[in-house]
Design a protein around this ligand. Structure first.
Ligand SMILES: Cc1cc2nc3c(=O)[nH]c(=O)nc-3n(C[C@H](O)[C@H](O)[C@H](O)COP(=O)(O)O)c2cc1C
Length: 169
């Protein structure tokens, strides 16, 4: 799968096989995340790998839409230092999820709305904020996540040229 295909076929998938993500795959995902650029190369992002069932359950209680989190074989929490740009966390997370898709690993970002309890579960220092949790695993029912490309607006609605609302002309 080339980079373009890995990007455009990536769908957020919440059902995974129970088997763990292979260690060599995990290491590739972590490297893909580490190599994301950041503003001024400040590298304000850290990851916490969560596989322990009790930790997953505790983390699930820190978000409002986390129904599938406890049953995901792997959760990687993207953490950013206070005052850093959310964009840096987004780049890191997307690097990881696209690399995962290319390896046949499905994923889904999961919002962690309750920061204080999440901080406690993960033992984060005071200056660290949970940006996002990412659930990952081999997708159930096939070797690739199912594409749902029709769930996006048209390119015409999405893009303007030169000024807002202007078509390509
Ligand atoms: C910032 C952000 C937060 C999200 N939070 C959750 C979440 O808490 N729980 C969940 O199941 N999905 C979550 N999602 C996944 C979205 O529902 C998903 O990206 C969207 O429905 C598009 O899915 P698709 O790529 O499969 O079409 C989140 C996505 C983003 C980008």
């Amino acid at each position: 799968m080339d980079a373009y295909e890995a990007i455009i076929t990536k769908r957020d998938t919440r059902e995974y096989e129970a088997r763990p993500v292979a260690e060599e795959h995990l290491q590739r995902l972590l490297q893909a995340a580490r190599m994301a650029g950041s503003s001024k190369n400040e590298q304000p992002i850290r990851l916490v790998v969560v596989r322990d069932p009790m930790q997953k359950q505790a983390l699930a209680a820190c978000g409002d839409f986390t129904a599938h989190l406890s049953s995901s074989p792997l959760v990687i929490v993207v953490v950013r230092v206070e005052g850093s740009r959310p964009f840096d966390a987004g780049r890191t997370a997307q690097n990881m999820m696209v690399a995962a898709n290319a390896l046949g690993i499905a994923s889904c970002p999961v919002g962690i709305q309750h920061d204080e309890p999440a901080r406690e579960v993960l033992g984060l220092p005071d200056d660290q904020i949970v940006a996002m949790a990412i659930t990952l695993g081999y997708p159930k029912g096939g070797d690739r996540p199912q594409g749902r490309g029709e769930r996006r607006m048209s390119l015409g609605d999405f893009v303007s040229y030169e000024r807002w609302g202007q078509g390509a002309g």
